[in-house]
Write a protein that binds this ligand. Structure first.
Ligand code: ADP
Ligand code: ADP
Length: 233
């Protein structure tokens, strides 16, 4: 699925330079469930941005299948984001004026899918996250956990090969966190997705097959998680 070789990312703000990633090598197999842990500022969001085609590295290559995201054009990256990777953020990033159904449908507009099919696929995606009965609600009318479910449905409705989650439980209480982790785990197990979760929460990371630790831009293996032996569908 992914093969990263010698990936470095340096941010420059005027004279100040930050080496957010330093020579990261990483292979993620098709269908793997990976957690990336590490302290604030360790480079987790930056690494996720590389995997999600949101930004390019300063050096190195980021292969997604046979495409190098480090060298792809901006137009190509936009296309990949629209179709091949789903991303979920800590802050949900839903459009407040749209209903849950409309938020999910919106992800299909760039793919040129027609209205009737958008409607059908969005309804199915909302059902797959247990929110069929909340489709007509706007984000402000939903709990934090429900909003995150909508965001997950919006990421999955494209049928991406990979789902990337950046601190997906960061804004949630413990009980809701456990619900969202169980949902993600179930989707991974049943749909054969590749799932990468960035988290500073060791409880969340413990559910992965494989754990990685990112500290000051350097990546290392941190051992198996509870799902190490699970073979998804
Ligand atoms: P984490 O997600 O582990 O908290 P980040 O990837 O957000 O880490 O940040 C890694 C380092 O890069 C930090 O020092 C952060 O301040 C810096 N950084 C992240 N994004 C930018 C940016 N757009 N411009 C400048 N510095 C950044
Ligand atoms: P997270 O909570 O997911 O780790 P951060 O708070 O680290 O996110 O970063 C949020 C966004 O701000 C990211 O897109 C990151 O690239 C950007 N960012 C982080 N640190 C800096 C910085 N020092 N300067 C500019 N942008 C930054």
């Amino acid at each position: 699925m992914y093969k990263l070789t010698g990936v470095s990312k340096t941010y420059s703000n005027g004279k100040k330079r930050v080496d957010a990633l330093q020579g990261v090598d990483l292979t993620i197999d098709d269908g793997q469930l990976v957690a990336i842990q590490g302290p604030t500022g360790g480079g987790k969001s930056t690494l996720l941005q590389m995997l999600g085609a949101l930004d390019r590295p300063t050096a190195g290559s980021v292969l997604l299948g046979d495409q190098d995201l480090a060298r792809a054009s901006a137009a190509r990256l936009t296309k990949l984001r629209a179709s091949e990777v789903g991303i979920v953020f800590q802050g949900f990033n839903l459009i407040p004026t749209l209903t849950a159904q409309e938020n999910v449908e919106a992800a299909l507009v760039p793919l040129g899918i027609r209205k009737a099919q958008r409607r059908e696929r969005a309804a199915a995606a909302l059902a797959s996250v247990g929110l069929a009965d909340r489709a007509a609600h706007r984000p402000a009318e939903l709990s934090g956990g429900q909003q995150q479910r909508v965001a997950i449905a919006r990421a999955l409705v494209k049928n991406p090969k990979v789902l990337l989650a950046d601190e997906p439980t960061g804004n949630l209480d413990e009980e809701t966190r456990d619900e969202i982790v169980a949902l993600l785990e179930g989707l991974w197990r049943d749909q054969g997705l590749t799932l990468v979760i960035v988290t500073h929460d060791s409880q969340v990371a413990s559910r992965a097959q494989r754990r990685l630790q990112l500290t000051r831009g350097a990546l290392r293996e941190a051992g198996p998680g509870k799902n190490a032996a699970t073979r998804p569908a």
